[in-house]
Design a protein around this ligand. Structure first.
Ligand SMILES: [Zn+2]
Length: 321
């Protein structure tokens, strides 16, 4: 998968060095609230004794995507980062401000549209710069954890950059229920990493401001499969088998033809046939009932859980093989 060999190395984050066989929590001060409270981003470094890849595991780039934070946090609590080979850099919550404000953004800006960032720009832009300069500089690849936004629930899925063959191989090892290639978005974290030759997997599971146990479990299992495949963790650790990873080739969002109350007829992740009724949109007086039909044979990749729908809203994401 990786042509280069991996070397044992000391990892440096924000002026702190972490030697071989050492684990360290580094709190990086990034800002001060108007009240004077200092805001820090916690960065855990677990450096193994033997040579192996260095990986960034990142939660909470979007502050309201709680599953991504909980997933990384739960692996910390369960002591899943007993690293023998290589190194794991763990950021449970990058966007502290978004988390506090129940928002995806950082002071009104999406960090994931601020790369490569700037030392003197907005706070979101400074955080993007910090991420590239202090963390990405150390790593061989990264896993960036997310959820659907605006009450759209993503069935557990791994996304990778189509042109990136290493990311594709890593996605297969991760073995989420669903995987697909997705386009690079300008100024995004994945785009900037791609430009710097760093493969990134984006894991999406569940929806913002909700805990979704299935999404958390699948994310943990996939991450452990990656760590185990490089013998970074104990190779005797048992990880539940993923029976089938569905590789989606084409996707489309179904949008509401009318406004109304949306009810769903299908489970997230399920297979639906072309023409199958997957939901209904009704007005509040029972006058109209519009059937939402799947335009293709395919899998439900995401569902909009918000029942009050306006014309044109994205309501189901479907993908075909
Ligand atoms: Zn996100």
């Amino acid at each position: 998968m990786f042509e280069k060999g991996f070397q044992n190395k000391e990892v440096n984050v924000n002026g702190h060095s972490v030697g071989l066989g050492v684990s360290k929590l580094i709190k990086v001060p990034v800002d001060r609230l108007p009240t004077g409270t200092i805001i820090e981003i916690p960065v855990y470094v677990f450096n193994g004794k033997e040579a192996g890849p260095t990986i960034l595991l990142q939660g909470g780039l979007h502050g309201d995507e709680i599953n991504s934070i909980e997933l990384v946090r739960r692996m910390l609590i369960d002591k899943r980062y007993k690293i023998h080979k290589g190194c794991v850099i763990v950021v449970p919550l990058l966007n502290v401000f978004g988390f506090l404000n129940l928002s995806r953004d950082m002071h009104g800006k999406d960090v994931n549209r601020c790369f490569p960032g700037s030392k003197t720009g907005s706070l979101a832009s400074r955080i993007a710069k910090f991420l590239m300069r202090e963390l990405i500089i150390n790593v061989d690849f990264a896993i960036d954890f997310h959820t659907g936004g605006a009450q759209r629930n993503n069935f557990p899925q791994i996304r990778f950059t189509a042109q990136d063959t290493v990311a594709y191989e890593l996605a297969k090892v991760f073995n989420a229920p669903i995987m697909f290639a997705s386009k690079l978005i300008p100024k995004s974290f994945r785009n900037e990493c791609f430009k710097n030759g760093i493969p990134v997997l984006v894991y999406e599971g569940g929806e913002s401001l909700r805990i979704d146990e299935h999404a958390i479990e699948e994310g943990i299992h996939g991450t452990l499969r990656i760590l185990k495949s490089f013998q970074m963790i104990d190779t005797t650790i048992q990880i539940p088998e993923q029976k089938e990873c569905v590789f989606i080739k084409k996707r489309r969002w179904i949008r509401a033809k009318e406004a109304g109350l949306l009810t769903s007829k299908v489970a997230n992740g399920s297979y639906v046939k072309k023409g199958e009724v997957i939901g209904n949109i009704m007005d509040t007086y029972g006058e109209t009932n519009i059937k939402v039909k799947s335009p293709i044979h395919g899998y439900i990749l995401a569902k909009n859980n918000f029942p009050i729908i306006n014309m044109g809203d994205a309501i189901f994401h479907v993908g075909e093989l």
